[in-house]
Structure formats: C-alpha cells, structure tokens
Design a protein around this ligand. Structure first.
Ligand SMILES: Cc1ncc(COP(=O)(O)O)c(C=O)c1O
Length: 383
C-alpha cells in the first residue's frame, strides 16, 4: 500500500508512550496529554451490555448497524439536533474516528480538495491521505486572537475542486465552540456548490461555555450533503469500547454500505444492543463533569496568564491550546523538556497543524489534583 508522508504515528500517543516509560521507572507523571474523560461508563449501560452478551447478541449483524440502535440514534438526532433523519440514514462505526475515515473514503477522488480547519484533531490529515493519497488538503487557520473562523481565508480556499470541509465543534485542540452565525456563514459559502460537510460533533455534550452546540445537518439547504459524526467515547466514558456513528448522505449510502461490509462486517453486536436507550438515561453525571471542565478551563487560563503565556479560555471539549512562543522553544522541544524536567506530559502544537508549532495542548479531562500539579509544573518550567 502506498502510504503518503502525511501519515505519521500519532503524536499524542508518542508522548503518552514516553510518559508510560517514566511511570515504569517509578516516576510520578502529571498527565495532561490525552483527551480521555476519567469517569467510567454508566453502570446501567455496562449491565445492559453484559445482559446483551448473555442473551446471545454475539453473532454477525447488519453491517450498517443494529436497527434498534440506529432508530434510537435517529430519534436523538431529530429531537436534540433538529436533523431530519431516520434509521436508514445512520451507520454505526468503530468510534467516531472510523466514521470520519469511512466518510472520506466514500467521497474522495484523486485531485479533490478538502478544506481542513487548522489546528485540528491529529487524525484528520492522515485519514484524508489514507482515504485518497492524491487528495489536496487546503488548511485554513483559525484566528489566533479567539480561535474564530477566518472567513476571508475560508472563502479564498473554496474552489470548483472542493469536495468537502471538515468542521469540529466543540473543537479539539482549541476549545472553541463555533457560533450559530459562524455556521450560517460557512453554510452560505458552501451551499449550492455540492460540497460535503463532515461535522465532527464528538464533544457535543462537553460544552460548558455560553454557546449552544450547532449541528449543520439541521440546515435544510445542505442537509443531504452532511455527514454528522458522533459517538459515545467522550460523553459516556467509553473511549475503549470503540463505538460511534454517522448520518450518511443519501447519495453515499451505497458506498458506505459496501465499505462497512468489507471492512467491519459489523460493530460488536452486544455493545450495540446494550447501548439501545443510552440517550434516555439520567445525564446528571455530564452536568457535573461540565462543571469540572468549566472550573479547570478557567483555572488553567488564569494560572498560565499570570505565568506570561497567552491563553484563549476554552468553551468546550477537553483541551486548552496555549501559545508558548514567549518561552522561545518550539512545541516539540517545549513538551520534551517539560516532561523531562517537571514530569508533566502535554502535546506539542505541531501535531495539530504545521502553523501551530508555538502552541501546546493541555488536556483537562482528568482529576483536579493532577491538573493542579501539572499546571504548577508548567509554571515552574516557564518562570
Ligand atoms: C475531534 C475528535 N474526533 C474524533 C475523535 C475520535 O473519537 P472516538 O474515540 O469516538 O473514535 C477524537 C478523539 O480524541 C477527537 O478528538
């Protein structure tokens, strides 16, 4: 297989590996690297998955997903996200990550252009190149002042060859939640041009600022060109279960169905069965977690600001993207030295886009004590 040079090992995983090596030598590491909520999946869901396995949901199933789970997801998307969809529009995947690459594989042809908002999730660029090595990636940077969308740059990037745009809100790594008026403008720029929109909404329920989460699939003008991608990893503490989903535009259903038949057969049967009803359970644990995230976002922004680093306070997601240019180290050197000297693991900004080598990403997904110790370490390192 031809693997393009953009497809490199994940930088987030590289640093967590280094951190694990230190832990194995008995050192205490303050891990602000990975975006993994530290709570467990709701017990009733764990029990319902167990029951499903006991009751025989252990066989092959429909490649697009279990009908009852697809119906449940379609109802959630109609009710909460105002997306007009039904069971047959949904495809269950191994995590949101797999939904992303399948969507790209389905639509991309050689020479197609993909507009990628940068900084972005570490897997977008490799996934585009895995899906279509000859796709052309047009990165459009967020504004540094507040991580809002730069519409001049965005407009300049759209051409007759643009096949799709990838949008992620709440955003990893910037913590930005795009506003409704930002979505209005994006959609007015791409509607009538046949451009697909891949909307990664994995952090939908981790939104603690003043901005509502908006689903572009709810805009009637472009609804039949949107892949709405979501999953359960981040909101329900089940990153290791590997289950997510997407809505599939009508003209891509055949392609996606063919891909999942040959790649997946089906997503784990008893997990799918056990998740039916997941959106109806008591979600107060999420309100509590959002309170924690909001507190940590404010705390990190305040502390690092006093240490002379520029921080845009995050409004959603699990990360703070911090400008460390004042220190005079590039992001990989900063993260490596910080881990060596203070045992604090963060992720270099270069992992999220070529123009972000002056930034590092700090995760506040974990426990308050660990975050406070990590931030203390960063302050000692920079002051
Ligand atoms: C923006 C974004 N999209 C998708 C994913 C992948 O989610 P999943 O675990 O459901 O595959 C992540 C995980 O970190 C992410 O940050």
């Amino acid at each position: 297989m031809f693997i393009s040079k953009e497809v490199q090992p994940s930088a987030t995983l590289k640093f967590s590996q280094k951190a694990r090596e230190k832990v194995s030598k008995g050192e205490v590491i303050y891990s602000l690297g990975l975006g993994e909520p530290d709570f467990n999946p709701p017990l009733e869901i764990v029990e319902s998955v167990y029951e499903a396995a006991k009751k025989g949901f252990n066989k092959y199933g429909n490649s697009m997903g279990l009908d009852s789970l697809r119906s449940h997801i379609a109802q959630k998307l109609q009710k909460e996200n105002k997306i007009l969809c039904e069971k047959d529009d949904i495809c269950i995947t191994f995590g949101a990550k797999q939904a992303l690459v399948l969507a790209l594989m389905a639509i991309l042809h050689p020479g197609d252009e993909v507009i990628n908002i940068s900084p972005c999730y570490v897997s977008y660029v490799p996934q585009i190149k895995i899906a279509e090595p000859q796709a052309v990636i047009k990165n459009v940077d967020l504004c540094r002042k507040d991580f809002s969308l730069d519409f001049d740059a965005f407009e300049a990037a759209v051409t007759a060859k643009t096949k799709c745009i990838i949008l992620n809100s709440p955003n990893n790594p910037s913590g930005k939640v795009f506003t409704r008026s930002e979505f209005d403008r994006v959609i007015s720029l791409i509607s009538d041009r046949g451009i697909y929109l891949i909307s990664d909404e994995i952090y939908e329920y981790l939104n603690f600022g003043d901005c509502d989460t908006v689903s572009p699939g709810s805009y009637r003008d472009i609804a039949d060109r949107v892949f709405t991608i979501n999953g359960f990893s981040k909101s329900f503490g089940m990153t290791g279960w590997r289950i997510g989903y997407m809505t599939v535009p009508p003209d891509q259903r055949k392609n996606i169905n063919t891909l999942v038949q040959h790649i997946n057969t089906n997503v784990t049967s008893f997990i799918q069965k056990g998740l039916v009803g997941i959106y109806d359970i008591d979600r107060s644990f999420l309100s509590n977690y959002n309170l924690h995230l909001r507190k940590m976002a404010g705390y990190i922004a305040g502390e690092l600001d006093t240490a002379g680093l520029k921080v845009v306070e995050p409004q959603g997601g699990l990360f703070c993207f911090v400008d460390v240019s004042a220190i005079g180290l590039k992001s990989d050197a900063f993260a490596t030295a910080l881990l060596e000297e203070q045992n604090v693991a963060v992720t270099p900004g270069i992992a999220f886009g070529d123009n972000w080598d002056d930034y590092v990403r700090i995760s506040f997904a974990g426990k308050e004590e660990e975050i406070v110790s990590g931030i203390e370490g960063i302050k000692k390192f920079v002051l």
